[in-house]
Design a protein around this ligand. Structure first.
Ligand code: PGA
Length: 249
């Protein structure tokens, strides 16, 4: 059975105290939710172990991880460290990492493999920039991101992966993909997963949409057969808005 997921990517927002308040509020509203979607939050690294103590039903994700398990990598946080603080998921390949920190598909593949080997479930992001869409290259871009990023995963491993389609032109811009644009790409991604893995993997794969998803547009996006939830940025910083998106299911 395909899992429905709504995940909140807090990005580089909230000081510890505010983050703890937000986590508490999300946990409280989660208990009253009217949908069966799994709720995940991805606070900054510094908050993870404290937030973990405040949540029960809500699952914990990191926003990134290192591509090496340990050693002389100043400033990096390894998947093993994340697991040791109670983290279950990790966002890998967010467009902000790809664009601001030059993370390419090969490097992201190393992160995915290491995260899986340490027991984390990757939320693997893909998405095209506006120029690529306008030039008609959007499907080629997504194909390459997924072909390389998810290369050489076993069936057991790929079954732990969640894919998030986040058109870069929709992230934080207020411009949301239309339900048809989202469905078109999600269908393409599911077909690609059949090609790269198999029918069963694709059928079970949770595909999230991300990019200016809000309480007002979530239900029409989630109504698409190949959209299995959302990766929410800005609207995840208010517990009421975030849970309104969860309840849009
Ligand atoms: P947004 O961000 O909801 O603020 O557009 C989504 C994301 O980057 O994950």
């Amino acid at each position: 059975m395909r899992k429905k997921i709504v995940a909140g990517n807090w990005k580089m927002n909230t000081l510890l105290k505010d983050g703890m308040e937000l986590a508490k509020a999300v946990e409280k509203l989660e208990k009253e939710k009217t949908s069966d979607a799994l709720v995940i939050i991805a606070p900054p690294f510094t908050h993870l172990s404290r937030v973990k103590e405040l949540i029960e039903n809500v699952k914990l994700s990191a926003q990134d991880c290192a591509y090496e398990a340990s050693g002389a990598f100043t400033g990096e946080v390894s998947p093993g460290m994340l697991v040791s603080t109670g983290v279950e998921y990790v966002i890998i390949g967010h467009s902000e990492r790809r664009i601001f920190y030059n993370e390419g598909n090969e490097l992201l593949n190393k992160k995915v493999k290491l995260a899986l080997s340490e027991g984390l479930k990757p939320i693997f992001c893909c998405g095209e920039v506006l120029e690529q869409r306008e030039a008609g290259k959007l499907f080629d871009v997504i194909r390459e991101q997924l072909e390389v990023g998810l290369k050489d995963l076993s069936t057991v491993e790929i079954n732990e992966v969640v894919i998030a389609y986040e058109p870069v032109w929709a992230i934080g811009t207020g411009v949301v993909a239309t339900p048809d644009q989202a469905q078109e790409m999600h269908k393409f991604i599911r077909d690609l997963v059949v090609e790269l893995f198999d029918e069963q993997v694709a059928e079970n794969m949770t595909l999230l949409y991300g990019g200016s998803c809000k309480p007002s547009n979530a239900s029409e996006l989630f109504a698409n057969p190949d959209v299995d939830g959302g990766l929410i940025g800005g609207a995840s910083l208010k517990a009421e808005d975030f849970l309104a998106i969860v309840n849009a299911y």
